[in-house]
Ligand binder design. Structure first.
Ligand code: ADE
Length: 340
C-alpha cells in the first residue's frame, strides 16, 4: 500500500503511539464503553482481591483497536501489579517466555496479543504455566535429557485475538473469563474523544465536532484517536487551532476518509467485489489475490466493519455485496436475491 491507512485499527508504532499511550485510561473508572465486560472484570477483581489471589486468565476477542491491550494495563494497575506485553508471533520458541515468566511477581499480568499465532511448542509450554504455575524445560538431549520443573508466582495471562475460532480448544478452555469486544457506539466514542481532546488541551473541540469525528471512526477508539490527532494537526496549521465541522470534514477528506469512515482500502475491496466479481459471491482468497493484499488482513481489518455496516454478506458460497453496499457505491445489483 502506498500510504499507511489512517483508519487502520491495527496499531502503528510510528503514528504517535507514544502520545496514544498517554491517552489511554489507566484505571477502570476512566475506561469508557464495553460495560458488560467491565462489570465482569470488576466483580472478578474484587473477589480475588478479597481472597488475595491472582486474577483468572482472561481471553479477549474481537476486531483490532477496541482496547484489548489497554484493558491488560488497566487490570494490572487495578491489581497494583505490572503488565508484561508480548505477542504470539514474537514468541518463536518455548524458551522465549522463560525469562519473563520467571521474573514475574505474584498477580503480575502477562499480555499475549495475537495469541492465535502462538507456535504449538510455545502453546504447550504455557499450559502448565497457566494451570499449575510451573514450567517444564528439558536440559541436555538424548539419553542425558532431563526435564526440570520451575515454579512460578501466580500470574494472570491475558490473551487477545482477532480470531477466536483459530484457537485450539485446549488453550481456550484454560481461560476462566472469555469475552468478545464489540464495536463502540457513537456515544461512547464521543466520550472517548472529548476525554482525549481535554488531555490534548484542544480547547475548541466540542460535542458537535466530536460526533462528526465519532461517526467516521468505524466504532473503534484507536481509529477515533488517530483521526483526532490528524484533525488537531490540520487545525493547528490551517485554522490556528480552531476545530470546526468544516475543519474536521476537510481534514478527513484529505486523509481519504469518507462519511462512514471508509478509506481507500475499504473502497478498493468493495470495488473489487463489483469488478470483476459482479458483487459475488466470491471467495476471500480470490478477492485478496485480485487486490494483491493479504487475505488475513482483509478478514481482520476490512471485513468486520463492512459486515457491521451491512454492506457485505458472508455466505457459504463466499463474500457478497449487499443491496445496501451497492447503494453506497451508487450502483445497482441485478442479482436480485438479497439474503442479508
Ligand atoms: N481511550 C482509548 N480507549 C478508551 C476507552 N475505552 N476509554 C477511555 N479512553 C480510551
Amino acid at each position: 500500500m502506498a500510504r499507511e491507512r489512517v483508519v487502520s485499527a491495527e496499531s502503528q508504532e510510528l503514528d504517535g503511539e507514544r502520545s496514544a499511550h498517554s491517552l489511554r485510561p489507566a484505571r477502570m473508572d476512566d475506561y469508557i464503553g464495553q460495560s458488560d465486560l467491565l462489570e465482569r472484570l470488576r466483580i472478578a477483581l474484587e473477589a480475588v482481591q478479597q481472597r488475595k489471589e491472582s486474577m483468572e486468565h482472561v481471553l479477549l476477542h474481537g476486531p483490532p483497536g477496541l482496547g484489548k491491550t489497554t484493558l491488560a494495563h488497566v487490570i494490572a494497575s487495578e491489581m497494583g501489579s505490572r503488565a508484561y506485553i508480548t505477542s504470539g508471533p514474537a514468541l518463536s520458541k518455548a524458551g522465549d517466555l522463560m525469562g519473563t515468566l520467571t521474573k514475574m511477581e505474584s498477580r503480575d499480568v502477562l499480555f499475549i496479543d495475537e495469541i492465535h499465532r502462538l507456535p504449538p511448542a510455545v502453546e504447550e509450554y504455557i499450559y502448565p504455566a497457566m494451570e499449575d504455575f510451573k514450567v517444564d524445560f528439558t536440559v541436555d538431549s538424548g539419553m542425558h535429557a532431563k526435564v526440570i520443573s520451575v515454579g512460578l508466582k501466580p500470574f494472570t495471562l491475558i490473551g487477545a485475538t482477532t480470531r477466536a475460532g483459530l484457537l485450539s480448544h485446549a488453550l481456550r478452555s484454560r481461560f476462566g473469563i472469555s469475552h468478545h469486544l464489540d464495536f463502540y457506539d457513537e456515544e461512547d466514542l464521543v466520550r472517548i474523544l472529548l476525554r482525549a481532546s481535554d488531555l490534548l488541551a484542544m480547547g475548541s473541540f466540542d460535542g458537535e465536532v466530536a460526533s462528526l469525528l465519532a461517526s467516521r471512526s468505524r466504532g473503534t477508539p484507536r481509529v477515533a484517536l488517530r483521526l483526532l490527532r490528524r484533525v488537531r494537526d490540520f487545525a493547528q496549521v490551517r485554522s490556528r487551532g480552531a476545530v470546526t465541522q468544516e475543519v474536521v470534514t476537510d481534514a478527513l477528506s484529505l486523509e481519504g476518509v469518507d462519511q462512514l469512515g471508509l478509506d481507500e482500502l475499504d473502497r478498493k475491496y468493495l470495488a473489487t467485489l463489483v469488478d470483476p466479481y459482479d458483487g459475488g459471491p466470491v471467495g476471500l482468497e480470490a478477492i485478496a489475490a485480485t487486490m494483491g493484499d493479504d487475505a488475513g488482513t482483509l478478514e481482520d481489518v476490512v471485513e468486520p466493519y463492512l459486515l457491521q455496516l451491512g454492506f457485505l454478506a458472508r455466505t457459504r458460497q463466499g463474500r457478497r455485496l449487499t443491496t445496501r453496499g451497492a447503494d453506497h457505491l451508487g450502483i445497482s445489483l441485478d442479482t436480485g436475491d438479497d439474503t442479508d
